[in-house]
Design a protein around this ligand. Structure first.
Ligand code: PEP
Ligand code: MG
Length: 590
């Protein structure tokens, strides 16, 4: 029997695609029921054939979806996801592994489920969030095969009858691609994470989505009214009239602001008192450069090269890195790309590089410490970066510097590489700017000394907050202490910016703080002229920037520096921004 959903049931998941959707539930939850049973030895051949036919059928289905998707311009860039699924269908661990279990006299669906469970366990042990979530691609292929084997027809999300909000245990990228945007108002799922392909696709399709709700499928049924806020991750089941009206208002405001946002793409990033601020993009994978360009970023302020090293058995060689860097440089034309050398260790673990288990990895052999320890690997990367500096404007940046000796050691290796390139007659930019990330308390305190050594600073607030406040950036139990507006962080930003200005070198921020419009006025007030962020944040930050002045920012900073707690600072900032720009900084509902 259906249990009535209590009015105004609030759930909080992970908002992966912004926007507000209001509608009725269309529950899409037909997970195949798997019958695991043993078979006779005489049935093995027939069972193997049944499994191989299922693999062939899955391939046909994926090819068909690929054809349909390639006709849709906005989805074409995501075709690689379907190619990944086709490759998984050829994977020996999955296919060969299942065949092996069938030969041990297990039926095909039982054998496949067993292998999928083993693969899931392998993925669960990966520390890196991005790689761990690639598990969802294996799940999607496994689910497709199980559907074929059990005769459960493919879920036809592509042709749901009425406009509704899809609620599912999980959605595969292929299913998400087939969604009809005129019918699907939004979707919510039990499973999923921020960097799953389904999340990436939801953003491309512009469909509000919240994932990771754990058990929403068991709480609703067809026709239940729901509100999804894909920006905050809030979902309201069976909203009261009052909640409905409030969200309707928010939805209209959001849509108006989104439309309005496009006009900022091409406008200059300048305050009302004529202070220009360069808004650059952070980049993880070179193929994201098109996405970054769409938002008119002023070059790339942080290219996280560790993503080149992830998910492979050997590190990328000089040629591969050189090509990857040049590809980005060609795309940004005359703009600058700040290439950060490898930053692994801590929460970014690359199993292939055989890092030793450390009791305290965030304070261990991470980032520049690892590079200086593994000098051969570092040398290869520096050669590739220096060579790339002849293809365009490159800056080189070192992560997690904690003292002057480290930057001197880096510069010495750069000099060695330059000599080597000179001898080989290979071109590079001899004046390549060299900079450090300011991420440790010691770097802040000795900023005036570091400023004598380098051409620029870039403040990595994600780590700076972690190390300054002694709060693990990935630990949900202490997340309440991770506060960018802690008085110590404001002072750290000010000290660093003042030291850079006094020494006449450039200073920027490239942590998440830079892309948060709530902080834009503060950062301008502190004296920053450069911010680097997730490219999609650029128009949002620019919109605020164009409506405030540095003078107002300076006044606000003066006031904030007199306050004693994070709470006092954040209340003052929220109040100030709400008064100035009430449409953008609405009061949160929960
Ligand atoms: C930072 O720490 O703020 C930063 C930009 O580097 P990452 O998030 O890659 O550690
Ligand atoms: Mg960092």
């Amino acid at each position: 029997m259906k249990t009535k959903v209590a009015q105004d049931t609030y759930l909080v998941g992970i908002g992966v695609s912004p926007g507000i959707a209001i509608g009725e539930v269309s529950l899409v939850d037909q997970r195949p029921l798997v019958d695991r049973s043993l078979i006779e030895a005489s049935e093995i051949e027939a069972e193997l054939l049944r499994f191989q036919k299922a693999v062939a059928r899955a391939r046909e289905q994926l090819e068909k979806i690929k054809q349909a998707v390639s006709r849709q311009k906005h989805l074409r860039e995501h075709l690689y996801i379907l190619d990944t699924h086709l490759l998984i269908l050829e994977d020996d661990m999955l296919v060969g592994g299942t065949e092996k279990v069938i030969r041990e006299q297990m039926n095909a669906e039982g054998a496949l489920t067993q292998v999928l469970d083993q693969l899931r366990a392998l993925f669960d042990n990966i520390d890196d969030e991005y790689l761990r979530e690639r598990r969802s691609d294996v799940d999607a292929v496994g689910d497709r095969l199980l559907r074929i084997l059990t005769g459960v027809s493919e879920r036809s999300i592509g042709n749901i009858g009425r406009k509704s909000l899809i609620v599912a245990h999980d959605l595969s990228p292929a299913e998400t691609m087939q969604m009809d945007r005129s019918k699907v108002l939004g979707f919510i799922t039990d499973k999923g994470g921020r960097t799953s392909h389904t999340a990436i696709l939801a953003r491309s399709l512009d469909i509000p989505a919240v994932v990771g709700l754990e058990s929403v499928t068991s709480m609703v049924y067809d026709g239940v009214p729901v509100i999804i806020d894909g920006s905050t991750g809030v979902v309201v089941l069976n909203p009261s009239e009052e909640t409905f009206k409030e969200y309707l208002k928010r939805k209209q405001t959001y849509e108006y602001l989104e439309q309005d946002l496009e006009k900022y793409y091409q406008l200059p990033a300048v305050t009302t008192d004529n202070v220009h601020v360069a808004l650059r993009g952070n980049l993880e994978i070179s193929s994201d450069i098109d996405h970054a360009k769409k938002f008119s970023v002023d070059g790339i302020g942080l290219y996280r090269t560790e993503f080149l090293y992830l998910g492979r058995s050997t590190p990328p060689d000089e040629e591969e890195q050189y090509n990857a860097y040049c590809e980005i440089l060609q795309q940004v034309e005359s703009d600058t790309v700040t290439i950060r050398t490898l930053d692994i260790g801590g929460d970014k673990f690359v199993p292939e590089l055989n890092l030793e288990d450390e009791a305290n990895p965030a304070m261990g052999l991470r980032a520049i410490r690892f590079s200086l320890h593994e000098e051969r690997l570092f040398h290869v990367q520096l050669r590739a970066i220096l060579r790339a500096s002849s293809c365009g404007r490159v800056k080189i940046m070192f992560p997690m510097i904690s003292g002057v000796a480290e930057i001197r050691a880096c510069k010495e290796i750069i000099r060695d590489v330059q000599l080597e390139l000179d001898t080989e007659g290979i071109a590079y930019d001899p004046d390549i700017p060299i900079g450090v990330m300011i991420e440790t308390p010691s770097a802040v305190i000795i900023a005036p000394l570091l400023a004598q050594e380098v051409d620029f600073f870039s403040i990595g607030t994600n780590d700076l907050i972690q190390y300054f406040l002694a709060v693990d950036r990935g630990n949900e139990h202490v997340a309440y202490l991770y506060d960018p507006l802690h008085p110590a962080i404001l002072r750290a930003l000010k000290t660093t910016c003042d030291a850079a200005n006094a020494a006449g070198i450039d200073v920027s921020i490239c942590g998440e703080v830079a892309g948060e419009p709530l902080y834009t006025l503060i950062l301008v007030g502190l004296g920053f002229h450069e911010l680097s962020m997730n490219p999609a944040c650029v128009p949002r930050v620019k919109r605020v920037l164009r409506q405030v002045s540095r003078a107002d920012g300076e006044k606000l900073i003066e006031k904030l520096l007199l306050l004693s707690t994070s709470k006092e600072v954040s209340s003052a900032v929220e109040q100030e921004m709400r008064n100035r720009l009430p449409e953008i900084f609405a009061q949160p509902l929960i």
